[in-house]
Ligand binder design. Structure first.
Ligand SMILES: [Ca+2]
Length: 131
């Protein structure tokens, strides 16, 4: 992750290894657990690479909780409830009058929709989202 410090200065911050399991195409930055610090939600993969390269398909989506100081802790899928294992091309968060909806755009596949809930006081598996 590259932080823009202004005046043409940038600082690199390393993300957790879980963020490196596959390519990332969709990223949403939001405070998903309502602790005042921004978190990162990402998903990706790349199924249509050249034959000699092989496809990138190890990603299942990832929520990383921010600590407010450019540090991020991965949240396991059983806690976040976020599961995006397909050939993801983009993520979008829409605020509606019935709450936030996360749209996952999958290449050559149906989109996934999640109703976004806070992580706070949610049981495991229902923390981030419910289909
Ligand atoms: Ca947060």
């Amino acid at each position: 992750m590259i932080e823009n410090k202004g005046n043409g200065k940038f600082v690199m911050h390393e993300l957790p290894i879980e963020a490196q399991f596959s390519t990332a195409y969709g990223i949403v930055i939001e405070d998903f657990n309502n602790d005042g610090d921004l978190d990162i939600l990402l998903a990706g993969n790349f199924y249509v690479s050249e034959v000699e390269t092989g496809r990138a398909d190890a990603g299942i989506g990832l929520l990383m909780e921010g600590n407010g100081n450019n540090g991020f802790t991965p949240v396991p899928v059983y806690k976040s409830g976020f599961y995006a294992p397909h050939d993801v091309r983009d993520l979008a968060l829409l605020n509606t009058d019935k709450g936030a909806i996360l749209i996952i755009a999958n290449n050559n596949d149906k989109p996934q929709l999640y109703r976004v809930k806070s992580l706070v006081n949610q049981p495991a598996g229902e923390a981030l989202a419910i289909k």
